[in-house]
Design a protein around this ligand. Structure first.
Ligand code: SF4
Length: 236
């Protein structure tokens, strides 16, 4: 059976690559090497989730690197902080190392769980993986695991695998917090607008009812006055 090294960014993203590569006849091994995951407790949490995947699905796991240092990682970016551009620099060392290890351990191929995520830059990952493969003489196996996006989410929930809330780096963490805050503010604004609209409609209904009652009362008064005048003329 051909052996494949799967660079694994986290537990949930690794499920579909393992399941579907096995279906194709590959014998997978996971490789956790992610200096881009911050802070240290998050890096640990994702590693624990991957250990859980490794145990439940009986896949060997190779772990490399210590808890990352966000400031060292940021300084390696050399000022490239724009999402997209920095992601290429983030994929590069991880895929280079995966490719190098695959060649050194004589795996038949390597791939990455990053190809499962709909939030990653798929084309950039492929370019970086192909460059890494060419450099180290390894074979990069491309698969579009995004096809099984919902299956992966369902399976991770069923297995109770930790699901992260941001991509990985400190920058993405800040962006996620900002986006969550903006979404909460948007929701609160929409709720307040809905409440104001309902109050406006209720006021319009109240005014309409008031006007209707005033019209009816005026009509009743006119009728009573007419009756009184009629009776007065009959009595005179
Ligand atoms: S957003 Fe994700 S892929 Fe991009 S640099 Fe940060 S951790 Fe890496």
């Amino acid at each position: 059976m051909p052996r494949i090294l799967i660079h694994a960014c986290c537990g949930p993203c690794s499920l579909m690559p393992i399941v579907h590569l096995r279906k194709e006849g590959w014998d997978p091994t996971l490789f956790y090497f992610n200096p881009n995951i911050h802070p240290a407790w998050e890096w640990e949490k994702r590693l624990d989730a991957l250990r859980q995947v490794s145990e439940v699905l009986c896949v060997p796991l190779i772990e490399e690197g210590d808890q990352p240092d966000p400031s060292a990682w940021l300084s390696d970016l050399g000022g490239v902080v724009q999402e997209g551009a920095r992601c290429r620099l983030c994929y590069r060392p991880r895929l280079q190392r995966a490719s190098e290890l695959a060649a050194a351990l004589q795996f038949d191929a390597f791939t990455t769980s990053l190809l499962y995520s709909r939030y990653q830059h798929h084309g950039t990952i492929c370019e970086e993986a192909r460059n890494a493969a060419a450099r180290h003489g390894a074979f990069f196996l491309y698969r579009d695991f995004r096809f099984w996006w919902y299956d992966g989410i369902r399976m991770s929930k069923e297995l109770g695998i930790y699901r992260q809330k941001w991509c990985g780096c400190v920058l993405s963490m800040g962006e996620a917090v900002r986006q969550q805050k903006e979404a909460a503010e948007r929701k609160a604004r929409q709720k307040a607008e809905r409440a104001a609209k309902l109050a406006q409609e209720a006021e319009a209904r109240r005014l309409k009812k008031e006007a209707q009652e005033a019209r009816q009362s005026a009509k009743r008064n006119r009728k009573a006055e007419k009756k009184r005048l009629r009776q007065q003329s009959e009595n005179t």
